[in-house]
Design a protein. Structure first.
Length: 552
């Protein structure tokens, strides 16, 4: 329908006229016309493609307050409309489900239309319809495109009910939503019906059977439920729901793909797990259905996952590449998990989960993994890309993955120990910096990024800002010092480390470049700094004695 002025929207008068025609004549064709006209008038408010927060001015945009009987009537039509989604079947007496769901999305933009004290009937019908559509998709039945569309729109509808102020979207965009702001909200999220967690479980435990886009949207909706309100969030966080998120990560990792896979799904899933931990951390033990310790157990177990390799070369290489990508993302997520109120308590939970041992094992396994995957490939090259590489280049490609894991792992160690003397003591007692040094040296010659990550560990921040931040952990400085003699073949790195240590220790930078390598196997660049006297008892290596003699 178009309005009399020639615009793309029906006028209020025309909408009223169509409704009265349906109301008096009970002719379904008028109901269809009214629905089409209503949706066309406000469809600009719906965007199912983006996960960005909507603009505030677009949230209601003059959506009218409708009579309650209208919502009740159309709620009864939702389940009957599923007949349109079966191939070769249609019903002239029932509107298409996509049209009905769009209608309810628009209606929910004005929360005055929703009675939050009692779950509206259309919510149950929508979840029932979503379950039907997802089952059809798993079985590859019906009109697949229409089924996917209905699911996409249906999940957006649920999101608007359980997170009406877009708290989850805003957090994903980097915005912090304060408790003070949330206390000013006029409307509360709808109470969580048990059917929705059941839908999550039904779909996410077999996420490989549905399109990845819909898995992404299901995880997104779960994040919205968790962030939209504390009561709903705690109800939705169960042992099953947590396990399902880890199953999503595993399924993504196992999916075979000839092309590099998009990382949006694992990234969003890890953000959802972060929200889970933060909500549990801010709740009392009596409110939790799952303990953070159990989640971290599963987290580190997946981080050190060693799935049996497929006999098919392409499948094996695809999984290996995915595993490295997943491990890197999981390591990156740990500092984000630790960014919360009462951080020391959460750090203690990590320590009680043997996190240091898990991280060190991961670094060791990354080297073993690289060695194991390389040797069988000496005889058979799997694909054209690999065939075009020399043996040295192949090694460099694989070593890059191992190095990336090591660098991310060092960042995790830094995050866990940051601003925590007790965490540093636990690391020294359980692992020890000498063992860390041995493990790092076993990886081969260090790269610039790895050495800089040790600098970051010492600063507990960006190493370039050491003059402002100071040194929070002196042990990594000792590791850098011990590494100097072995950097004789990499003069640029040797000089980089020596100069940075000199700047840290306040020594002179007037080192003689011509003397590099003349007296102590290329390690004379270390003479650029003077170490604190407190170090002399900590380092028992010949290199230290030499470096002391070089210090001006």
């Amino acid at each position: 329908m178009s309005n009399p002025k020639g615009g793309g929207m029906a006028s209020k008068e025309r909408l009223y006229e169509l409704w009265m025609l349906y109301y008096t004549k009970k002719d379904v064709s008028y109901l269809q016309q009214w629905l089409e006209a209503f949706v066309a008038s406000f469809e600009r408010l719906i965007d199912v493609q983006s996960l960005e927060p909507r603009k505030l001015e677009d949230c209601s945009a003059d959506v009218p307050l409708l009579p309650r009987e209208v919502l009740v009537l159309l709620s009864t039509k939702l389940w009957d409309s599923a007949v349109h989604l079966s191939v070769g079947e249609h019903s002239g007496s029932t509107p298409h489900p996509l049209l009905l769901i769009k209608f309810f999305i628009i209606v929910c933009r004005n929360m005055e239309n929703i009675d939050t004290d009692k779950t509206p009937g259309f919510v149950f019908e929508t979840i029932k319809l979503l379950s039907f559509c997802l089952d059809q998709l798993k079985l590859d039945r019906g009109d697949q495109q229409s089924l996917q569309q209905v699911v996409q729109y249906g999940l957006v509808l649920c999101e608007s009910l359980f997170d009406p102020y877009q708290t989850w979207r805003r957090r994903l965009a980097g915005e912090e939503v304060s408790l003070l702001e949330r206390n000013k909200y006029k409307f509360s999220p709808l109470g969580l019906p048990e059917e929705l967690p059941a839908l999550f479980h039904e779909c996410l435990q077999e996420s490989q059977k549905i399109p990845e886009l819909l898995t992404l949207r299901l995880v997104h909706l779960q994040g919205a439920v968790i962030s939209g309100g504390k009561k709903n969030g705690l109800l939705s966080i169960t042992p099953d729901s947590v396990e399902d998120l880890f199953l999503v990560l595993q399924a993504w990792c196992c999916q075979v793909s000839a092309e590099p896979k998009a990382t949006r799904l694992p990234r969003l899933t890890l953000q959802c797990l972060t929200a889970v931990i933060h909500l549990l951390h801010s709740s009392s033990p009596a409110e939790r259905q799952v303990e953070i310790k159990a989640i971290l157990d599963s987290y580190f177990q997946l981080l050190n996952w060693n799935r049996p390799l497929s006999s098919e070369c392409q499948a094996r290489q695809s999984w290996e590449d995915s595993l490295i990508s997943l491990q890197s993302q999981m390591l990156t997520a740990v500092p984000e998990i630790l960014q919360c109120s009462d951080r020391p308590v959460l750090q203690a939970v990590f320590l009680n989960n043997n996190c240091f041992e898990h991280i060190l094992r991961l670094i060791q396994n990354s080297k073993l993994f690289q060695s194991n995957r390389r040797e069988p490939e000496r005889d058979i090259m799997c694909d054209l890309t690999t065939c075009l590489l020399t043996e040295v280049e192949v090694d460099q490609v694989w070593e890059k993955g191992a190095e990336s894991i090591t660098i991310h792992a060092l960042g995790v160690l830094t995050a866990i120990m940051s601003n925590s003397p007790s965490a540093k003591e636990v690391f020294k007692e359980r692992i020890g910096y000498s063992q860390l040094f041995d493990v790092l040296k076993s990886q081969g010659q260090p790269t610039k990024r790895l050495l800089q990550e040790l600098m970051n560990m010492a600063v507990e921040g960006e190493h370039a800002h050491v003059h402002h931040l100071g040194i929070s952990n002196d042990q990594p400085l000792l590791l850098l010092l011990q590494w100097l003699p072995d950097l004789s073949g990499q003069r640029d790195l040797q000089l980089l480390v020596a100069q940075w240590l000199a700047a840290v220790c306040g020594g002179s930078l007037s080192v003689s470049y011509s003397g590099c390598g003349s007296r102590h196997g290329g390690c004379s660049a270390a003479g650029a700094f003077r170490a604190p006297e407190s170090w002399t008892d900590s380092v028992q290596t010949p290199c230290w004695a030499s470096c002391r003699s070089w210090a001006p």
